[in-house]
Write a protein that binds this ligand. Structure first.
Ligand code: GUN
Length: 289
């Protein structure tokens, strides 16, 4: 391995401790509150939600969890969001995605007060980000941007390729890199000759959910690789039912060629929750005026 491993775990711990300091310093103005809504019992979502709750409390914020059955009606979910929008002790609201198929994800997200939309998924925040205005910024791309800025300093003029076009990661990541004056390409499952597209990049951000898709020979020597993927795959030899976590990049071959790379686990993942807490603190400050 010749690449530097970007330590998202340590970076996230620093961000969380800064948030905790500010929460303590602002105590006279009240306590920031974050509400997380989980519909159904998707095991991966359960893990994220537990981890969010624990870290919210650790930084001194109020944490509220609403667990709704998988067959909850849209009217009941929208009713809960209306209540949380009105609740003055709640400054951030997150509805864990994906939602069961009978619920309209756009309707649900757009029912959150944009000022409390700490995920940055509400159409108003998406529009503000796309036009370069102050907005709530989605947590995973924000975490990636912080690591890229920390490693590179200025990103201006760099060629960035984002692989994946989701609303949660790919599209907002591209907007953020564009705002930092990168030349941005979004590649996806229909991109022709994707290896050649990726080979041009100084920065590659991969968010496709396909285990170890990007190989070392796709990468230009010295490139910075940010791997958003967290995939659970069977681990041969580790016994029945044992799995290991891998990213969307084949770590060993990419690390031979890249200048820097985020590991999985311990790269982007911890930054997502740290940025959620930072967004909640910002939302609290904005709502307090
Ligand atoms: N599911 C996977 N990532 C996310 C995220 O960043 N926010 C929400 N709300 N759901 C997710």
């Amino acid at each position: 391995m010749s690449a530097r491993s970007i330590d998202g775990k340590a970076f996230a711990a620093t961000v969380r401790s800064r948030v905790a300091e500010q929460v303590a310093a602002l105590a006279a103005h009240g306590q920031p509150g974050l509400a997380v809504v989980l519909v159904g019992a998707d095991p991966a979502s359960e893990v994220y939600v537990r981890s969010k709750g624990k870290m919210t409390i650790e930084v001194g914020m109020k944490s509220v969890e609403h667990r709704l059955p998988a067959d909850v009606s849209e009217a009941d979910l929208l009713g809960l969001l209306a209540e949380l929008n009105r609740d003055e002790t709640i400054h951030g609201i997150l509805v864990q995605l994906p939602l069961p198929a009978h619920l309209d994800e756009n309707q649900v997200i757009n029912a959150i007060d944009p000022a409390k939309d700490v995920d940055g998924f509400h159409i108003s925040n998406v529009g503000l980000l796309g036009t370069g205005q102050k907005s709530m910024v989605p947590c995973t791309p924000l975490g990636c941007l912080m690591m890229l800025r920390d490693y590179h300093g200025s990103l201006s003029g760099l060629d960035a390729v984002v692989i994946g076009r989701s609303n949660i990661v790919g599209k907002p990541m591209a907007q953020l890199l564009l705002k930092d004056s990168c030349t941005v390409t979004i590649a996806h499952s229909r991109t022709k000759n994707i290896e050649a597209v990726v080979k041009r990049a100084d920065i590659v951000v991969v968010a496709v959910g396909r285990p170890e898709m990007v190989k070392g020979d796709w990468i230009k020597p010295g490139t910075t690789v940010i791997d958003v993927g967290i995939n659970r795959i069977d681990a041969p030899g580790k016994g029945e039912g044992k799995a290991r976590l891998v990213g969307d990049c084949h770590f060993d071959s990419c690390a031979e060629v890249a200048g820097a790379i985020t590991p999985v686990p311990g790269g982007v993942g911890p930054m997502t929750i740290a940025c959620l807490l930072a967004n909640t603190l910002n939302a609290f400050c904005d709502q307090k005026g």
